[in-house]
Structure formats: C-alpha cells, structure tokens
Design a protein around this ligand. Structure first.
Ligand SMILES: [Zn+2]
Length: 263
C-alpha cells in the first residue's frame, strides 16, 4: 500500500501531565491508517508498520466479511503512534509497563515502539478486536466471542499458533475441567483479572476452539452469517439456531463442540 510521509508538530502529553512538550512528529499515511513517529525513528520503519497494518486490515475484513457502515477513510482512519524507544513508550503512553503495544479500541488508536518483538501477533489480534467490535456493535456478544475472533485471526495470520495448544483444552476435557459454556458466557475482563493463569490460558484456548469448530464444521460463510445476525440485533441464543443446522441451543452447540474435540 502506497503511503506518504509528512512532517508536523503534535503536542505530546506525558503520563504525569507535567511534561507536556512540543515534539517534532512525522506522519505516514496509508489508505486506512495514519502512523505518527518521532525523530530518530526511520520513515521506512513507519511505512513498514503502515503496510503491516494494511495487510491485517485486509485479512480481517475479508476473512469474515466484516463490512462496516463507516469506512476507515480520510479523517476516520485508525491512528498508530510509535514512540522513540521502549523508555519513551513507557513514559508517554498509558500502557501497561510489560506491554509491547497497547490499544484504545474505541478511538482506533494503537501505541507501540520500534523493535518490539510481537508486532505480528499484537497487530493481528488487536486490529481484529477493533474491527470486530465496530462490525457487531459492542455489548451484543460475550467476551469469549470477541477473544475467539481475535485468536482465530492471530492463529491464521499472526504467526501465533493456538492450534498447537489445543492439547490444553483436550487435557481439561478429559479431566472434565473445561469451562462450561454457561460459565464462559459470564466471563468478563474483570473476572479474568482475578482468575488463575491456568484459567486464563484455558479461556483463550477454549474461545479459539469454539470459533475454529464452527468454521471447520459449518464453513466460514456460515460463521460470517452468524456474525451478521448478531450485528443485526439477534442475541447469541437466537443467532445460533438461525445459522447452524441441527444446533438449536447453546447446550446443543456445547455438545457438538465437545464431541468434535474428543472424537
Ligand atoms: Zn484480546
């Protein structure tokens, strides 16, 4: 994707509010993204980030046919902010100290710094959240479905295999310790924050496995249709029987999913 670089000044507010300063920030533009980067970061690096983001944007929207009403063009493009280095990233943005990138999903903003190691997984995963939520609409689906879509794309395009970690789910299933769908539907960001590492891992693998099952058993077009019903106001309970033959309830879905992974 062709992109353009221009120079501009942006006011950068630091975390503690005390170090607001004028910093010379440059900008690279691509079709759906504006990438901001400071002096000391190569233009070619910023351009590479724009290209990476455009690639995932295309993969994500095409994978599940996530055509939204408002296009990411002109003023509605997503913004990517690159800090000068890791230290600058930690000081400037309100991101967790351990993170290599973080995202403001609502405002379509991604913050990162050069040479962070997990660029592919972060961009594929977080861009899916942004696009998925924009398509389906927030609040119309449980957290697991949001994470399922993100991990599915991350697994397929982001070079992070969840497929190879399905043994975690299968081990849990054989001990009858997987997360029941009725519990999974209730899990939220705050309940995960206090859950054990094992539960969090299982939550992600299990979420991935459900979408992977739906796509393998019923096809990608049917899964896209399922999301389309959610987008248009159906609840999860209504969208499942509308989409998947012989699945009338969430309990039916759970039984078929369990059979799929234990056969
Ligand atoms: Zn996520």
């Amino acid at each position: 994707m062709k992109s353009f670089a221009i120079a501009l000044f942006l006011s950068v507010a630091c975390l503690n509010g005390a170090c607001a300063q004028q910093e010379h920030i440059r900008e690279v533009r691509s079709e759906h993204f504006l990438v901001y980067y400071p002096e000391g970061v190569d233009e070619s690096y910023a351009r590479g980030i724009a290209d990476t983001a455009e690639g995932y944007y295309r993969d994500i929207t095409q994978e599940f046919n996530l055509i939204r009403d408002k296009l990411w063009l002109w003023e509605n493009r997503a913004k990517i902010f690159i800090a000068k280095d890791e230290q600058d990233y930690r000081t400037k943005y309100k991101c967790p100290a351990w993170s290599g990138a973080c995202v403001n999903h609502e405002d379509k903003m991604i913050y990162t710094y050069p040479d962070q190691k997990r660029r592919s997984t972060v961009f594929s995963h977080e861009l899916t959240h942004i696009i998925f939520r924009e398509y389906v609409g927030s609040g119309r689906f449980p957290l697991w479905l949001d994470e399922a879509a993100a991990t599915y794309i991350e697994n397929k395009y982001g070079g992070n295999s969840y497929e190879n970690r399905l043994f975690i789910l299968k081990n849990a299933m054989s001990a009858n310790g997987y997360i029941k769908f009725s519990d999974l539907n209730q899990m939220s960001t705050s309940s995960l924050a206090t859950a054990s590492r094992e539960t969090v891992d299982l939550f992600y693998i299990e979420s991935f496995s459900i979408v992977s099952f739906m796509v393998k058993r019923y096809g990608r077009d049917n899964f896209s249709q399922f999301l389309y019903f959610l987008k248009n106001g159906s609840t999860l309970e209504e969208a499942i029987p509308k989409t998947f033959q012989s699945v009338r309830t969430i309990d039916d879905l759970e039984a078929q999913w369990k059979k799929f992974y234990t056969e």
